[in-house]
Design a protein around this ligand. Structure first.
Ligand SMILES: [Zn+2]
Length: 447
């Protein structure tokens, strides 16, 4: 094992973070003809300038969607997937310092982006700088890819992947060590059909929430109460009926109780409506999709499918069911969509995709994971295994990429919060791990 990082690299990394945090790179769509705002354009250009100063070759997408900085030789690309946009500062009064001026206090650096993702990006960048200063030569091109709207719609990286060269392997320093190697595909879809003049239902919040309440108001109130009693479903009464469930994040749908499904089950016994029948009979109170698809869809890396009926609209003009489906990494999405489309069509409902994030999956026995885990273990002594679930990171955008640091399991989670910060020790430890990992995976050293 090596120690490539010197005090100078640590100091330069901190200075670079301070330089980038100054840009309030919050999405401001279309400002001055830029895709995501002037500050995002500026931080992208300045980051490329910084990497050029360090000796990297750079490329700026003429449309301003992404940029990259590259060092090394070879056919293959080792990608480091970073993002330069940040979430808004939040409540300014809550901040002890200016969010857009990185300040160090008691060996912790504060400022928006210090943890997510300017700090980790610079830790990885100066890890490579340290390798360069140690005279290490690379057998792959190390490419830092800088995305610009990670906190929103990933249009920057989506444009990158649609026109640029694919990476051979890589990581996103935008999560927690040790690493995340599997994350379910995320499908959000609508089933749309004709209206029903006898019903007026508008329930559900965001796609990623299991509805804990579902309200009905109308003439079927008495019948509905009887049906709810029969099923022993909880409800409250006001002018209408509020069916009660248990709300949770959609990824945990099988552990929640879906109020929309319960309303549909009870109401389908009071009125003849194919959409209610579809929810009640075909989906039922089974948020794993087992009842709907006729088998339990699950795999070892990522567990069981989750199926959330997130929203329901029925009025005289249209019907719409909104679904959030989290698909195990080894399950075929197209086949699943075909089955759903076919089953819904029987009830007069048409399938429409709303959004889809491909799964992340790199087998645990791959060289990438073996090496990244070995380096983490050797450097920290921590034997925590690789995880199969976490937040969605850019690692999903390319094959053979995982999320790897830069926070440690014990680092206070401050991303997206006021007083976002990163302990310098954790930042420097991450740098040390990144340097060793990139040395092993992308340099011409003797094995
Ligand atoms: Zn991030």
């Amino acid at each position: 094992m090596h120690t490539f990082i010197t005090k100078t690299h640590q100091e330069e990394c901190v200075k670079a973070i301070q330089r980038l945090v100054q840009f309030p790179s919050v999405l401001n769509e279309g400002e001055n003809g830029t895709p995501f705002g002037q500050a995002i354009q500026d931080v992208l250009e300045d980051t490329l300038k910084l990497t050029e100063e360090l000796g990297f070759k750079t490329y700026l997408d003429p449309k301003g969607y992404y940029g990259y900085a590259e060092i090394g030789e070879g056919k293959e690309i080792f990608a480091i997937l970073c993002h330069l946009d940040v979430v808004p500062a939040g409540v300014l009064d809550e901040w002890k310092t200016n969010p857009f001026e990185a300040v160090i206090d008691k060996n912790v650096i504060y400022g928006r982006g210090t943890q997510d993702d300017k700090g980790p990006s610079m830790a990885a960048l100066f890890a490579v700088k340290a390798l360069m200063d140690n005279g290490i030569s690379f057998n792959k091109r190390i490419r830092f890819i800088f995305g610009t709207d990670e906190e929103t719609l990933w249009r920057g990286l989506n444009r990158y992947t649609s026109i640029e060269e694919e990476a051979t392997m890589g990581f996103a320093p935008d999560s927690t060590f040790p690493l995340i190697y599997a994350e379910k595909g995320l499908l959000q879809a609508k089933l749309v059909g004709k209206g029903d003049s006898n019903l007026s239902i508008e329930v559900g919040e965001a796609y990623n929430i299991v509805p804990g309440k579902a309200r009905y108001e109308g003439e079927l109130k008495e019948k509905l109460i009887a049906a709810l009693h029969k099923h022993q479903f909880d409800f409250q009464e006001d002018d209408g009926i509020i069916v009660l469930g248990k709300s949770m994040h959609a990824k945990d749908a099988p552990k929640a109780t879906n109020a929309i499904v319960r309303l549909a089950i009870a109401l389908s016994e009071c009125v003849d409506n194919p959409t209610l029948q579809f929810i009640a009979q075909s989906i039922g109170e089974d948020a794993t999709g087992t009842h709907l698809f006729g088998k339990c869809l699950e795999d070892e890396p990522s567990g069981v499918l989750s199926f959330n009926v997130a929203g329901l609209t029925i009025n005289d003009e249209k019907t719409e069911i909104r679904l959030d489906i989290r698909i195990p990494v080894l399950v075929n999405k197209e086949q699943l969509v075909d089955e759903l489309t076919q089953k819904a069509s029987v009830f007069g409902l048409n399938y429409e995709e709303f959004d889809y994030l491909a799964p992340l999956y790199v087998p645990k026995d791959s060289e990438l994971i073996q090496q990244l885990m070995a380096v983490y273990h050797e450097k920290t002594g921590d034997t925590t295994p690789a995880k199969s679930s976490g937040g969605a990171t850019y690692a999903r955008t390319m094959k053979n990429c995982v999320a790897y640091g830069a926070a440690f399991p014990y680092t206070p989670e401050t991303e997206h919060k006021e007083n976002e910060s990163m302990p310098l020790k954790d930042l420097f430890d991450a740098m040390d791990i990144y340097a060793e990992a990139i040395y092993r995976l992308a340099s011409t050293h003797e094995r």
